[in-house]
Design a protein around this ligand. Structure first.
Ligand code: ADP
Ligand code: MG
Length: 617
């Protein structure tokens, strides 16, 4: 048989390598920023258009490249950073694989402009899908500028797989933060769609953190310093009372390289033992300096994981350094009672007159009018009766004050498969005196075939989710005006997320009077949302956006509805009155997809008499 093995052409090999190196715009950002740092730049500009899908450009004032090097830099395995395998254990640069530029050039339109200080003119090279289109002499400032346009132009499948701009931009900003945090001695600027998002001058480490995460961060930081033979630790941990529900602000850098390490993260969390509220995560910004010979960064292609020779010692040192700092700065649990309780909230309420007795005025109240106003503003926040309170959770779903029974009979089931007909006869849902709450968690009801067990939290999530989606799409949400505007202080990144979702939030009933770089003012909230829940809902939302699992049909509206439904749904453990239970059951089965929660979990199960009979055999 004829020989069948052949070497792959370079452009194919490059495309394959690109699959590993370039997953999304943020990967390009990382590689280009790192190259600029390796070139000893003191100022680095990052320019992004359409979350990097249209343009990613990095301009540095580093050492530039000669004519030959400029051309060679796009070859695979072309690097100036190592020459022997031993160099791998003496790494003082970010890059070493010589793969990034070759990979990027294989899947985008790239223009490289570069000039070394001693040269009068520089070079400009244009490459499209690994093909050199042109190489010319050009007048250009000292340093290098790389523009990457139309990412994945020749791999439509990859391009289509990219997420929404909101999600991709978040990844880009995350990457920018990681690099900028590791190098406070370099100035960074980020322009997003033509406007300056970050301008980070050369500064000390604390100032860099504050410049990125906002002025409020300053008071939250506790310094950590430790210098031992094997390890030098410097940086900050966040005070326990500012611990967040999300893992967002957790940064480890080893020899100025951002890394992820669940093991070292555990060291920190255990140092905070007893100081954190359940479900919260401490912030940290820690730089570890170790001998490059004692680490192996070669185990992961995108290099966020590294292997340490002696992890156990690092763990112990890190844990004790953090514990020591927390102790030194009087953040021991014994002193807890002296703490200002207002600091316990993740957001700053100082400007909020939380304790002033409120007079609730219903401006729209008209004693001569019947209660048939679907849309009002300025109504009072809380109603006294539990039943009325319960009803208020559903404001907006029904347009008239109809009885629940009618709701159910009006239901139009769109798909029989997704709505198995467990009620052979509609009358079976007549729930009067037939519901029972089990362990403040489940609602049990009888149906013709046997019994129905509903998970109250999931069921309510489903109900709210559909209601919120409806409000957002028909834009008829009911808003209640706050008597006092609510001021929230967030990080720049959190604000970016809220800005992206502003339109959708407004459609649910939120009203924002101002949003600037670090704070926002809320003057109206959806009718079903108590004022005290607002920070929690927004924090949950930000966390959900940040942790959004890659999914090709990401929709901001859907995510918002899911997130709010999760925050607002009645919780497990909450006791429900009989009529509340019935209402929940009726509302659930008035939903389009009653049998699954918005996160695809079962909302109820059924147990037939037959099944029960079998258990009694
Ligand atoms: P690596 O960084 O792993 O060496 P790259 O493909 O990222 O591989 O870059 C290849 C080479 O191109 C680098 O080794 C470096 O010599 C040169 N280079 C890339 N970007 C720059 C830059 N911004 N300034 C100067 N030289 C650069
Ligand atoms: Mg590189």
């Amino acid at each position: 048989m004829a020989d069948i093995i052949q070497l792959l052409p370079d452009h194919v090999a490059n495309q394959i390598a690109a699959g590993e190196v370039v997953q999304r715009p943020a990967s390009v950002v990382k590689e280009l920023l790192e190259n600029a740092i390796d070139a000893d730049a003191s100022t680095i500009k990052l320019i992004i258009k359409d979350a990097g899908k249209t343009l990613i450009q990095v301009i540095d004032d580093g050492k530039g490249m000669s004519t030959t090097d400029a051309r060679l830099s796009f070859e695979r395995h072309a690097t100036s950073k190592i020459s022997t395998a031993d160099d791998l254990f003496q790494l003082h640069t970010k890059g070493f694989r010589g793969e990034a530029l070759a990979s990027i050039a294989a899947i985008a339109h790239v223009e490289l402009k570069t000039r070394q200080e001693q040269d009068d003119v520089g070079n400009v090279i244009t490459i499209e899908g690994s093909n050199i289109v042109s190489q010319e002499v050009v007048v250009t400032p000292k340093g290098t500028s790389v523009s990457v346009k139309n990412l994945f132009f020749n791999i439509p499948a990859r391009r289509n797989f990219l997420k929404s701009n909101t999600v991709e931009l978040r990844h880009v900003i995350d990457e920018f933060h990681r690099v900028a945090l590791a190098h406070p001695d370099i100035s960074f600027v980020l322009y997003n769609n033509g406007s300056e998002s970050f301008n980070l001058p050369v500064s000390n480490y604390r100032q860099r953190i504050v410049n990125i995460f906002g002025n409020k961060t300053n008071e939250k930081l506790v310094p950590v310093e430790e210098d031992t033979e094997v390890l030098k630790i410097s940086g900050f941990v966040g005070k326990p009372e500012f611990a967040k529900k999300t893992r967002g602000e957790q940064y480890f850098f080893v020899n100025n390289r951002f890394i992820k390490s669940a093991y070292l993260n555990h060291a920190i969390t255990s140092a905070f033992d007893g100081l954190l509220k359940n479900g919260t995560h401490p912030s940290y910004f820690l730089n570890l300096t170790v001998d490059p010979q004692t680490i192996d960064i070669n185990i992961h292609p995108t290099k966020t994981e590294i292997k340490f020779d002696d992890e156990h010692t690092l763990y112990a040192l890190l844990r004790s350094a953090v514990k020591h700092s927390l102790g030194q700065f009087n953040i021991a649990p014994v002193l807890d009672f002296e703490r200002d309780p207002s600091l316990d909230t993740p957001y700053d309420y100082k400007n909020n007159v939380a304790d002033t007795p409120k007079i609730e005025i219903d401006r729209s109240f008209n004693p001569f009018q019947e209660e048939t106003q679907p849309k009002t503003t300025g109504t009072s926040t809380y109603k006294k009766e539990p039943v009325a309170n319960w009803e208020s959770l559903y404001v907006g779903l029904e347009s008239k004050g109809t009885k629940t029974q009618q709701d159910f009979s009006e239901v139009h089931f769109e798909s029989e498969e997704s709505t198995p007909s467990i009620f052979d006869d509609e009358k079976q849902i007549e729930t009067a005196n037939t519901t029972y709450q089990l362990h403040n968690k489940y609602i049990v009801s009888t149906i013709k075939s046997g019994m129905l067990v509903i998970d109250q939290h999931r069921a309510h999530q489903r109900i709210l989710y559909e209601e919120l989606l409806k409000n957002m799409t028909i834009k008829e949400a009911v808003s209640q005006q706050l008597l006092f505007p609510l001021q929230l202080h967030l990080s720049t990144q959190e604000i970016t997320i809220i800005k992206e979702l502003k339109g959708d939030l407004e459609n649910t009933g939120f009203v924002f009077s101002s949003i600037d770089d670090e704070s926002l003012e809320v003057t109206g909230v959806p009718v079903s949302v108590p004022e005290s829940e607002v920070p929690i809902i927004l924090e949950q939302l930000i966390s959900d956006v940040e942790n959004e699992v890659p999914d090709s049909n990401f929709s901001a509206t859907d995510l918002l509805a899911k997130s709010m439904a999760k925050s607002l749904a009645i919780k497990t453990g909450q006791s429900l009155q009989k009529d509340e239970q019935e209402h929940l059951v009726n509302k659930l089965f008035a939903c389009k997809e009653p049998n699954i929660s918005p996160t695809n979990r079962s909302t109820f199960i059924t147990l037939s008499v037959d099944e029960l009979d079998k258990k009694f055999i």
